[in-house]
Design a binder for this molecule. Structure first.
Ligand SMILES: [Zn+2]
Length: 339
């Protein structure tokens, strides 16, 4: 069975690792989450070992020998270089001092004794969304994915490939400035992002944006609202459940998020003119009626030319909890079997 080979995808998160296995014909051999603790808070040495165990357990689950693995795909949250060196400034996920400037990709490669291909988690999920949407036709299409979480992540796919950029920072959609005129209400301050920009997409379309910018303003417009009694981050996490019930404050918050995403996509339409726009994250992991309302708002706020409107599609990033590992595996497969 020397000819039968596979690719392993490893998704490294703040608390959990997730693993998948891909065959050369792009079929996934495992259709559920295989999660193990990531232990990133304990520093790189412990975390690399935890990933190696995740790798071993997915092979074990499928009864595969390590010798059948040709390449490994790794994805992690950023910021990191295109080759997987964690930012020297550190980050939310990699707060242990040992992570500063740590070459995560090379360390895992050395530990596993196998080639490791790195991507950040937004790019990996974007590649997976592209693959699900376009399948075997992927190389003939382009797409943009925006994933709303604590921040606003995502990726840009051109002709089936992740656009990484010179420093690995392409697809940082959250920090693209979007026009605020007509988005902000009368008297609403221009939102500030953690990156230092005023009025970028993440300053509105993220959980952090809700907690730091949108809720403080809208709670002032709806005095006595129940969410005002809660801690801001806790309140931000609960806004969606209010939105599902049609709460006017929550609907204003999500309408602004949808407008920010639509304006971001309008920039993409004039920049790379993608064939598909994907949205993922908490904003769409909700009841169908609310999700459809949100998607319609995004679409309504995306200004396309008639020729574009005829050919594009708007869709969801599928299987978001598995999208990182699966996209990392697809990217690794591409590195050994270029189309
Ligand atoms: Zn920003």
């Amino acid at each position: 069975m020397q000819d039968a080979w596979v690719v392993v995808g490893l998704d490294n998160g703040g608390t959990k690792n997730n693993a998948t296995v891909l065959d050369p014909s792009k079929g996934f051999l495992i259709d559920q989450l295989l999660e193990t603790p990531s232990r990133v808070r304990e520093g790189p040495e412990v975390a690399v070992e935890a990933l190696a165990q995740c790798f071993a357990s997915v092979l074990d689950r499928l009864g595969l020998d390590v010798r059948s693995v040709r390449v490994v795909g790794l994805d992690t949250p950023g910021p990191a270089s295109a080759d997987g060196v964690i930012s020297s400034a550190g980050s939310t996920n990699f707060s242990h001092p040992g992570w500063k400037g740590f070459d995560f990709r090379a360390a895992l490669q050395a530990r596993l004794g196998l080639p490791v291909v790195y991507n950040n988690d937004g790019n990996a999920a974007a590649l997976y969304a592209h693959h699900v949407c376009f399948g075997a036709e992927g190389a003939r299409h382009s797409s943009v994915s925006a994933i709303v979480g604590t921040g606003l992540g995502g990726g840009v796919i051109e002709s089936g490939h992740i656009v990484k950029g010179a420093a690995g920072m392409a697809g940082e959609l959250g920090h693209v400035h979007v026009p605020m005129a007509g988005l902000l209400a009368e008297g609403q301050p221009v939102p500030l992002c953690n990156c230092g920009f005023f009025g970028d997409a993440e300053s509105v379309a993220s959980l952090t944006g809700i907690a730091q910018n949108l809720l403080p303003f809208w709670l002032g417009q709806f005095p006595g609202h129940e969410l005002g009694a809660l801690d801001p981050l806790d309140a931000a996490k609960r806004v969606r459940s209010y939105g599902e019930k049609g709460d006017p404050l929550a609907l204003r918050v999500f309408e602004q998020q949808a407008m920010a995403l639509g304006r971001l996509f309008t920039i993409a339409a004039n920049f790379t003119d993608p064939g598909a726009y994907f949205i993922g994250g908490g904003v769409v992991e909700t009841v169908p009626t609310f999700r459809d309302w949100f998607l319609a708002k995004v679409r309504e706020s995306t200004h396309l030319r008639e020729e574009q409107a005829r050919v594009v599609r708007f869709s969801l990033v599928p299987d978001l909890d598995m999208a990182g590992a699966r996209g990392a595996a697809l990217a690794a497969l591409e590195s050994v079997a270029p189309r």
